[in-house]
Design a protein around this ligand. Structure first.
Ligand code: ADP
Length: 276
């Protein structure tokens, strides 16, 4: 059925109603059907994401079981074990991201206390630098006094995901800049800019969908779970903020978390003099 251009699903129920008459009840189940499809897609995606590393792992295990003890050199054995460890880490990351997402969806929103975002950014930056292994240059411009009301662990995970992505999707030699600054409207902005591969404009609206990857093969190879931006989007929404994504394919991207003025804490005043 068309209504305002969008297809809708109706359920029809016909019941006898008096002599020779029927009562027809119609229900619009479009929304219920949509939710059910999203749930089915999610379960199918999770199963697929777990099956791939499990297949690789069990293949290696069986191969190693069948080989006589001296068939592999120490180096070959190490190589197989490294590959197995990598698949195990991928599964651990996926399960951990699934738990984070489920806790974000099931726990009520709490406004939280003043968060010194500059300190969170510095910790996330150190992790991103470790992931980069010296292949990128980093720059940070952080307002040390700017704080917002929120949940520090949630914000750390959102900012961490943006920085990790900047490393993953920027070829070696590129640069990554992170800014934490007041916005002209009285709010605050955390921006992560990279000189990486960029994103096709058509893909931008879909990036925060669970398991959406602009380039499936490439994104998997980077070791990502496909849930990082879905988590970031949830955290951003729980802080009344918006996630702004700008990108030019081949040039780079800027991911910005924009907090409203209402979330910004007044600057901490000078410490009160101690009384005796
Ligand atoms: P993944 O684990 O695949 O990185 P995310 O949810 O973090 O999952 O990101 C979704 C997709 O968005 C990625 O697969 C990638 O295609 C794209 N993406 C995210 N960040 C960037 C970036 N900084 N530059 C280019 N593409 C990006």
């Amino acid at each position: 059925l068309g209504h305002g251009g969008a297809a809708r699903t109706l359920s029809l129920h016909l019941a006898p109603y008096g002599v020779g008459q029927f009562l027809m009840v119609t229900r619009d189940i479009t929304q219920i059907e949509r939710l059910e499809n999203t749930r089915k897609d999610f379960v199918a995606n999770v199963s697929h994401e777990l099956r791939t590393p499990l297949t690789v792992l069990s293949g290696f295990v069986e191969t190693l079981q069948d080989l006589p003890g001296d068939a592999l050199t120490g180096e070959q054995r190490r190589h197989y074990l490294d590959l197995m460890a990598q698949q195990t880490r991928n599964m651990q990351a996926l399960v951990s991201d699934l738990l984070t997402l489920s806790s974000l969806e099931s726990t009520p929103n709490q406004e939280g206390g003043p968060v010194p975002v500059a300190a969170l950014v510095r910790t996330a930056l150190a992790q991103a630098q470790a992931l980069s292994g010296g292949r990128h240059t980093f720059d940070a411009r952080l307002d040390e006094t700017l704080r917002i009301r929120g949940q520090d662990t949630e914000l750390a995970s959102a900012i961490g995901n943006l920085l990790t992505n900047a490393v993953r999707y920027t070829p070696p030699g590129g640069s990554i800049t992170v800014l934490w600054e007041p916005a002209p409207d009285g709010g605050a902005a955390c921006r992560v800019r990279d000189t990486g591969i960029g994103i096709d404009p058509a893909d931008i609206p879909r990036l925060t969908e669970r398991f959406f990857r602009a380039d499936r093969g490439r994104s998997r190879a980077t070791g990502g779970t496909g849930l990082g931006l879905a988590i970031a989007k949830h955290v951003v929404m729980r802080h009344d903020a918006t996630l702004d994504i700008r990108s030019t394919p081949g040039e780079g991207s800027v991911f910005s978390i924009l907090f409203p003025a209402a979330r910004v804490c007044p600057p901490a005043g000078p410490a009160a003099p101690a009384r005796d």
